[in-house]
Design a protein around this ligand. Structure first.
Ligand code: ADP
Ligand code: MG
Length: 482
């Protein structure tokens, strides 16, 4: 375990609750469509409106997505879970209660693993449960009134709850990004944060190291990674200031205001007792037979973690490379295609994480539209591996391919005269000339100065206009001076 990272002598403690909207066509307990952006109240049926006499019917697709999530992070899938009514009144919740899961959720335990820099982190999950979303209250277009749009009411959500394992805002963002990657990778959620498909609540407290957990405040509905970081950083400073000033932290729900960069209390936090949870008599227990779990498992795509482990085992990549390359399905597929085509996995990995990622990060293209495709990168890496060009010349080839100047690696090497000098006869001639012209360096090298040897290598490289193979220069020069 590494030392906890402290802020003004305090340890930061964070637990996350994330609402991932499940990508089903229809709602979790009704057949109304879930598509985003329709005219208000055109996608709410009698069940969503809570008209008398309507009954909820469980959407199997939503359950399947919850199972997939549980399998992806190594959780226990409850063979029998219970739907509960969470009672509260809000205009956008016509039933007066939200159908959720309380005592027995569908997904129990599991963990999310990720790298922060090159340090591996693990965040344990408490649970993930199925529930329905509420509608939306609209205040902007109504003077002195509020509008209600019930299109979102009944949209399936998976609420994913962590243990308070996170220790900094950086770690919080890294966790959220990893979770986002998992749900989008397995395709259970579209991950669109602007549209609210992936919303995070961060529970934040601070304490002096070794003390029991401090009182937390919950920052609601963080819908961008940037705001997440700003909100947590502000909240941590605020809490420390309060404690240093002698004030106790009150448990509360707070909102982040991106305009001021501050968090503000919205209400004091309800306890579970306030919600008067009880099993929903309209829904039977959700029974998931092992056979169903196995069927879902068999149909799932290879998971990022499994794929990363395979990259380590099959291609001998360091764990860091394997984790980085499996940040997205497209990136992993690109790597694997190029590695297979040229048989140089580590070199390909260096190029994908280096030159290619640098260009992608600058926003010039996405991996799907990258002007240098996997086959081209494989050809380029192949030419470095077989000694035809140096790594530096490789960058020039990459640039030519990327800018669209040329499409074929060998043609670029030819046109730009980038071939390394592999003809040892020609190289020996240059070496002899350099030795003759640099008697000082030769004498110093013979007197035991390594620096003088490097100077000679530099001279040979220069005389060859950069086309000599540095490894070969080293070898020949050593032999010649022995
Ligand atoms: P609630 O029922 O009020 O939502 P939970 O016990 O389910 O409370 O916890 C909600 C989230 O808050 C979890 O992610 C948990 O890890 C986190 N959490 C609990 N206590 C603390 C604390 N003292 N500091 C930070 N996070 C906490
Ligand atoms: Mg909670």
């Amino acid at each position: 375990m590494s030392q906890p990272q402290l802020v003004q002598g305090y340890e930061v403690v964070i637990g996350f609750e994330t609402h991932a909207q499940l990508s089903t066509q229809s709602k979790v307990f009704s057949r109304a469509p879930t598509a985003f952006g329709a005219e208000p109240n055109t996608q709410a049926c009698a069940v969503d409106l809570a008209l008398p006499g309507t009954l909820p019917v469980m959407n199997k697709g939503a359950v399947e997505r919850a199972i997939e999530f549980g399998l992806a992070i190594g959780s226990h899938i409850s063979p029998k879970s219970i739907f509960a009514r969470k009672n509260y009144f809000y205009p956008d919740l016509p039933k007066g209660y939200q159908i959720s899961q309380f005592e027995i959720p569908v997904v129990v335990g599991g963990q999310v693993e990720f790298f922060l820099g090159d340090e591996k982190k693990t965040v344990r999950l408490v649970r993930a449960h199925l529930e329905e979303d509420a509608g939306k209250s609209l205040h902007e277009d109504f003077i002195g009134q509020s509008g209600i749009d019930l299109n979102r009411a009944g949209t399936p959500l998976l609420e994913i709850v962590t243990e308070p394992d996170i220790r900094s805002s950086d770690e919080a963002v890294a966790y959220a990004k990893e979770l986002h990657k998992i749900v989008t990778w397995i395709g259970i959620c579209d991950g669109n944060m602007q549209e609210g498909s992936f919303r995070c609540d961060a529970n934040v407290s601070v304490r002096k190291p070794g003390q029991p957990l401090g009182t937390r405040r919950e920052i609601k509905n963080l819908n961008s990674f940037k705001f997440m970081q700003q909100a947590i950083d502000f909240e941590v400073r605020w809490q420390i200031e309060q404690i240093e000033d002698g004030h106790a932290i009150q448990q509360a729900t707070v909102l982040f205001d991106p305009d001021t960069g501050e968090t503000r209390a919205m209400r004091t936090k309800e306890d579970a007792a306030d919600y008067r949870y009880f099993p929903d008599p309209d829904l039977p227990p959700l029974v998931i037979a092992e056979e169903w779990v196995q069927r879902v498992k068999a149909a799932m795509t290879e998971l990022p973690r499994t794929m990363a482990a395979r990259f380590v085992a099959d291609y001998g990549l360091p764990e860091y490379d394997a984790t980085t390359l499996t940040q997205s399905k497209a990136m992993a597929a690109y790597f694997e295609a190029a590695a297979k085509a040229c048989g140089q996995p580590k070199l390909v990995s260096n190029w994908v994480m280096g030159e290619l990622s640098r260009r992608l990060n600058s926003g010039e293209a996405s991996i799907e539209t990258a002007p240098v495709n996997a086959a081209q990168l494989a050809a380029l890496v192949g030419r470095i591996a077989d000694g035809t060009i140096s790594n530096n010349a490789g960058k020039q080839v990459f640039e030519a391919l990327w800018s669209g100047e040329a499409a074929e690696v060998d043609a670029v090497i030819e046109a730009k005269g980038l071939k390394q000098m592999n003809d040892s006869g020609a190289l020996e001639k240059i070496i002899d000339e350099v030795i003759a012209a640099n008697a000082d360096n030769v004498a110093q090298y013979k007197a035991g100065k390594d620096k003088a040897f490097n100077a000679l290598v530099g001279q040979v490289m220069k005389a060859s206009k950069g086309k000599a193979n540095p490894g070969q220069v080293n070898e020949l020069l050593k032999a010649r001076l022995a």
